[in-house]
Design a protein around this ligand. Sequence first.
Ligand code: ATR
Length: 276
Amino acid sequence: MIKKKFGIIGKPLSHSLSPELHNYWFKKYKIFGIYSLIEVEQNEIEAVIKKIKKNELQGINVTVPYKQAVIPYLDLIINDAKETQSVNTINLNKEGQVVGHNTDVYGLEHGFLNKLNIQDLKKNKVLILGAGGVTSSVIYALLKIGVKRIFISNRTLKKAKDLQKIFNTIEIIEWEIMETEIESMDIIINATSLGLKDGDNFKREFKNTKSNLVYYDIVYNPQETTMIKELKNRGIQTFNGLEMFIYQGQKSFSLWNKINPSLDEELKQILISKLK
Ligand code: ATR
């Protein structure tokens, strides 16, 4: 039997727990497969995609900073990947086409949004911080639910404006004045990479938030970013991105292996034990 090969491309990849996740499921479902970190430069992306075309690699995930950069090399992008122009999962279909999927939208829906009251959510003002690779997935997941007031704030204004060209109902708040607008927000979603590295922080205090604010951080490693710690101390409800990460992985796994793997407590504990 030939060992199935999977992996994740991106740079840097040292934070990624995807191998832990997928290799756990391979073992659990007795699939003869291996999932590895494939750290590549931009000019090496094409060669990796060719391996999928030749079935030398059965599937890959894509992470920062290549979720858009892979698109020109694919034969097809479908569903949420098409809507968001962001690809995090790739496979070869029966017709021999290399297909780009997006499972981040599913991850956010199941790992976070489904925990909230959908009727309230529709009326909420939601502020997304950041306009990087994952932001289009966040916007699209919110639009699918019917959230009407979506705000974006990003250090580089142009990237927020580029997103507004795709999703023209979103409103932009300039990064410099973002803190003054925070008091009217019901939900804040951090989709920047701030918090990922030790000491990296917003350098803002988010003092004037509503007391029933919900703060969601897509970062999951560390489990508690400085911002989560600060807000939690003030009694604000916070979530990190671990469940989103697990759910996006679940959908990738099921696309590749036609098995919907279970999200058991043992798996969650293994992942948590690997976090900072
Ligand atoms: P990419 O920008 O390549 O898509 P990403 O990790 O998906 O990479 O996105 C990083 C996000 O974090 C961006 O929104 C980035 O803001 P810029 O567009 O201005 O670069 C944001 N970010 C990273 N470091 C930041 C910092 N020190 N202050 C504010 N925003 C930061």
